[in-house]
Write a protein that binds this ligand. Structure first.
Ligand code: NAD
Length: 300
């Protein structure tokens, strides 16, 4: 079997296109969505996310502001900035770029964001709506996973669903979303004794760990739908298994997921590529949440 490749970019484009009329409506009502990203200190990976967010917002006609704060920013100073943004009626969405410098508690800082401006869906109130089966502003990557499964055409109702990874941003909320769609969910994590015994049974396999090559082809049920959330930077290897060097003599790098992609393609029925899968859809969901947040504030 050769798996169908689930095209994250195509789904992202559809999601963004559908937002067009809502964005125009909000602008006409003087409630234009405006997303503010707060970046504390410098981080190369975070820069890439910021660029993608900005591009996505620009293309959709949504205002985007990057607020850069020094790495020495204290908890009190960051709290004060977040409270200012919470109180500013011209700001409809706030995202706190991760990772934060050491000394700042990421979750506590995210929880300071007003629930109706929390476009990443990390506030306990928004997480609560996910648990109640009424997602309002759901965590973006978990929702991206859910949308990708639906987009693949795989029936969730009655399916055996295995999630590997139980983080707050992906594994736990994705479990809730798939459970609520009547999947029979199993969530594996670092203490799971035999991950393969669970993944082998899954009609739908979601992997969100951050370990390249964790999921091998023999861990996948033939015909399964596989959503690979992992993002890992690894060396490019030559035919002899040696690192390929760049012009400066440094190992060339590439981005891969947590699933051994080529081998998995021979077993799975459908699979997301990395890059080109979950990442694109996550950014589109961030935009969808930004629009939803502006609408919620307009109704409040
Ligand atoms: P995390 O570190 O918060 O959680 C990792 C999870 O994996 C934990 O539940 C842990 O128990 C589990 N785990 C670790 N080793 C394991 C093992 N050997 N077997 C089974 N479970 C194991 O990670 P996260 O923030 O959820 O991110 C996971 C991955 O997804 C990372 O690679 C991250 O970069 C990527 N990610 C991608 C996007 C995207 O938009 N594409 C968004 C968020 C995260």
């Amino acid at each position: 079997m050769t798996a169908k490749i689930i095209d994250g970019q195509a789904l992202a484009n559809t999601i963004i296109k559908e937002l067009g009329p809502q964005i125009l409506e909000l602008k006409a009502a003087g409630r234009a969505p405006h997303l503010v990203a707060v970046q504390v200190g410098e981080n190369a990976a975070s820069r890439v996310y910021v660029r993608n967010q900005e591009k996505c917002c620009q293309e959709a006609g949504v205002s985007y502001t990057l607020l850069e704060l020094p790495a020495e920013t204290t908890t009190e100073a960051l709290t004060a900035r977040i409270e200012q943004l919470n109180a500013d009626p011209k700001v409809t969405g706030i995202i706190l770029q991760m990772p934060l410098p050491q000394g700042l508690n990421a979750r506590e800082m995210q929880w300071r964001i007003a629930p109706l401006k929390d476009v990443e869906g990390m506030n306990p109130a928004n997480m609560g709506y996910v648990v109640y089966g009424r997602p309002r502003l759901a965590p973006c990557t978990a929702m991206a996973v859910f949308e990708l499964v639906k987009f693949s055409g795989t029936e969730i109702k009655g399916a055996e669903v295995c999630l590997v990874g139980h983080s707050e941003i992906v594994g736990k909320p994705a479990t809730m979303l798939l459970l609520d769609a009547f999947g029979t969910t199993t969530t594996c994590h670092i203490a799971t004794r035999d991950v393969k015994s669970h993944t082998k049974l899954a009609d739908i396999l979601i992997v969100a760990v951050g370990k390249a090559g964790l999921i091998k082809a023999d861990m996948i049920k033939p015909g399964a739908t596989v959503i690979d959330v992992g993002i890992n930077r690894v060396n490019v290897l030559d035919a002899a298994g040696q690192p390929v060097l760049d012009d400066k003599g440094k190992p060339k790098k590439k981005t891969v997921g947590d699933v051994e992609f080529e081998a998995a393609c021979q077993v799975a029925g459908a699979i997301t590529p990395v890059p080109g899968g979950v990442g694109q859809v996550t950014t589109a969901i961030l935009l969808r949440n930004t629009v939803a947040a502006a609408r919620l504030q307009a109704q409040a």
